[in-house]
Ligand binder design. Structure first.
Ligand code: SF4
Length: 210
């Protein structure tokens, strides 16, 4: 049934009037229950007794996806004791999604009793596997960065193509493949994309296609 605006207002007035009459005649429905007042007593009497009271707060970025939410890690005795969203971060303003809120579990695994223990599988050093080698070896950052720079330069020098077979300008280097990472932010991915274009890299991919 189509109701005009005028009829809608008339019906609304009638409904309000009949409600008032019913109330006066004592046949109005029961009043809705009064909500239980919220107990204003703080859960923790003394905020100084919070379990992170002795922890150092470290500002960081969630490494799980390219949104790049701000994270506060609470560190005590070189161990993370809690993780929370950073309320001052402009992207997430203190919130974390269901993945980000479990960041704590990237640092720990659980033993057979269900107690958290530091995850010793985390890669914390630079590992290098030489061509045709079967084992990884630990190297330092200075060596790794220098080696990467040398190889990128050599590959570009050897394989850069200014024109294709028809003489059309292409400025490309098909010998490179670049894989991005969801563990870097949108802005970092933007810079990496610029880096690829400057080097003529065409083969670019990323698990989230950023
Ligand atoms: S995984 Fe969640 S908390 Fe982490 S950056 Fe992405 S959206 Fe933010």
């Amino acid at each position: 049934m189509k109701i005009s605006r005028r009829n809608f207002l008339k019906l609304s007035g009638l409904a309000a009037l009949s409600g008032t009459l019913a109330s006066k005649l004592g046949c109005a429905p029961d009043e809705p229950p009064t909500p239980t007042p919220v107990d204003p007593t703080p859960i923790v009497d003394d905020p100084e007794e919070l379990w992170i009271q002795y922890a150092q707060t470290v500002h960081s970025i969630c490494p799980i996806c390219g949104v790049g939410c701000g994270v506060l890690s609470y560190v005590e005795d070189d161990s993370i004791v809690a993780v929370d969203g950073d309320p001052d971060h402009p992207i997430n303003e203190g919130t974390l999604c269901s993945k980000g809120i479990t960041l704590y579990n990237m640092y720990y695994v659980y033993d057979e009793k269900g107690d958290p223990v530091v995850n010793n599988q985390r890669v914390t050093k630079v590992l290098y596997r030489a061509p045709r080698a079967s084992e990884w070896e630990e190297v330092d950052w200075d060596w790794a960065l220098e080696e990467m720079a040398q190889r990128i330069k050599q590959t570009r020098d050897d394989f850069f193509e200014e024109t294709n077979e028809e003489g059309v300008t292409v400025n490309r280097c098909p010998a490179f493949v670049w894989l991005g990472s969801a563990m870097i932010t949108n802005e970092e991915n933007y810079l990496f994309h610029k880096f690829c274009r400057a080097h003529g890299i065409l083969n670019i991919d990323h698990c989230a296609r950023l």
